[in-house]
Design a protein around this ligand. Structure first.
Ligand code: 5CA
Ligand code: ZN
Length: 409
């Protein structure tokens, strides 16, 4: 699959700082010190509806991770998937009486447009579940042949007991795991499973549903977690720097994915840090396609909202926090964007060298964007008060805000 066009990331004077970020698995901060090429996998959308503010907030967090790395003069190897076949997508297509392939293509195209408008850096490998199937089948066969997976009425399940490290991403207790498994695509109550938590690796073909050649597995389609693992291992290998997504992916998705990968390779851990963004709510409830309480990026764009203001609205919250989308959040961002643009449009201003360092420090501190925005606010205030004659300052502020925050002034 093709991704979307990259916006230029201006180079800044000096060098950025290493990222200290909260790792779900250890429950504390880790300082990431990748090699010359940092490796990140971020779970992509299930394309049955348009990009909402919750998605945008999560992708914004991982865009910032990359901007911090780029500022340390590293390259970034970024991989993202598209879950272009899965139960929710098929159910939506059935409900609306439309073709599931067309639905996935349409919503993925809209996602690309939204990401481009928001200046999110594109992945180098943007891979659909369907195109990953030839790589998934041999992995499931290997798991089965090694005894880490078993068959139940034609479906293949992963045995969570096969991974001695199972549970070490979420650190949730069994009761919570069981509850979340039922809520998020698992089937803990299906009779015949060895462990209620065991997730499906390969689903045998069902009447009226699409299926693919699964070699010795028989025709069917892949489970959700093995999809991301196959893509991540293929393009990044084990021990990559960051596995990212929203906090609703901690369990079962990232827990199971890590266990699949660790069992397949015998290596631990799959990722050096498991990083999770908080949930964005609307009217007191998590914004979600299944509930339908959504604010879409594309709708705001159509209404004439500047994408830079949408991005500033996302940046005004700490990525790990759960927060509520309101009109006020957007209004504040629109007003701030206006102030910043006015400030950088002057021919000179107060020196911005300290500001660049403040931005670097704030972002390297677990992506502390509210502190970063406050630092730019202060520079803009000084500028408005008429302080400073540094002719390079407005340009440097523009470049820094673009390079580090992805906002074009
Ligand atoms: N295709 C899978 C991942 S492999 C999936 O979860 N797709 S999704 O479309 O449901 O979500 C895409 C990303 O947006 C995930 O990282 C998810 O955690 C995140 N996300 C979904 N809803 C919200 C929300 N309300 N707030 C913040 N992030 C969200
Ligand atoms: Zn995923």
């Amino acid at each position: 699959m093709h991704a979307w066009p990259a916006s230029e990331v201006p180079a800044l004077p000096g060098k950025g700082r290493d990222l200290r970020i909260h790792d779900t698995a250890t429950g504390g901060r880790v300082t990431l010190a990748p090699g010359p090429v940092a490796r990140i996998y971020v779970c992509g959308i299930t394309p049955y509806d348009a990009t909402h503010m919750g998605h945008a907030a999560t992708y914004n967090a991982f865009d910032l991770v990359q901007r911090v790395w780029l500022d340390t003069k590293r390259q970034v190897h970024y991989v993202q998937n598209v879950t272009d076949v899965d139960d929710p997508l098929l159910e939506r297509a059935l409900r609306d009486g439309i073709d599931w392939v067309g639905l996935a293509e349409r919503e993925t195209a809209l996602f690309r447009e939204d990401m481009t408008a928001l200046r999110m850096l594109p992945p180098q490998h943007y891979i659909g579940a369907v195109e990953a199937i030839p790589g998934i089948v041999p992995l499931v066969e290997r798991l089965r042949d090694s005894g880490a997976a078993y068959e139940l009425d034609g479906d293949i399940y992963f045995s969570v007991e096969a991974d001695p490290h199972f549970g070490q991403v979420s650190n949730y207790d069994t009761e919570l795991m069981r509850h979340l498994s039922a809520e998020r695509g698992g089937d803990p109550d299906r009779p015949g499973k060895k462990n209620p938590l065991d997730p499906m690796l390969w689903m045998a073909a069902r009447e009226g549903e699409p299926s693919w050649d699964g070699g010795s597995l028989g025709p069917g389609r892949p489970g959700w977690h093995i999809e991301c693992v196959a893509i991540a291992l293929d393009h990044l290998g084990m021990g990559f720097d960051v596995q990212g997504g929203g906090s609703d992916l901690i369990f079962p998705h990232h827990e199971m994915g890590a266990s699949h990968a660790q069992t397949l390779t015998g290596e631990f851990p799959m990722a050096k840090a498991y990083v999770h963004a908080g949930m964005v709510a609307l009217h007191g409830e998590k914004m979600s396609k299944s509930k339908g309480n959504l604010v879409f990026v594309s709708k705001l764009r159509r209404d004439g909202v500047d994408p830079a203001a949408i991005r500033l609205a996302l940046l005004s919250h700490r990525y790990r926090d759960d927060w509520e989308w309101t009109d006020q959040v957007l209004e504040t961002a629109v007003e701030r964007l206006g102030r910043w643009r006015a400030a950088v449009s002057r021919p000179d201003g107060p020196s911005a060298d300290a500001l660049v360092e403040e931005l670097r420090e704030a972002l390297s501190d677990d992506l502390d964007t509210p502190t970063a925005l406050a630092a730019v606010d202060r520079w803009a205030e000084l500028q408005t008060a008429g302080g400073g004659t540094d002719e390079s300052a407005p340009g440097l502020v523009s470049r820094a805000v673009d390079a580090l925050l992805g906002v074009a002034l």
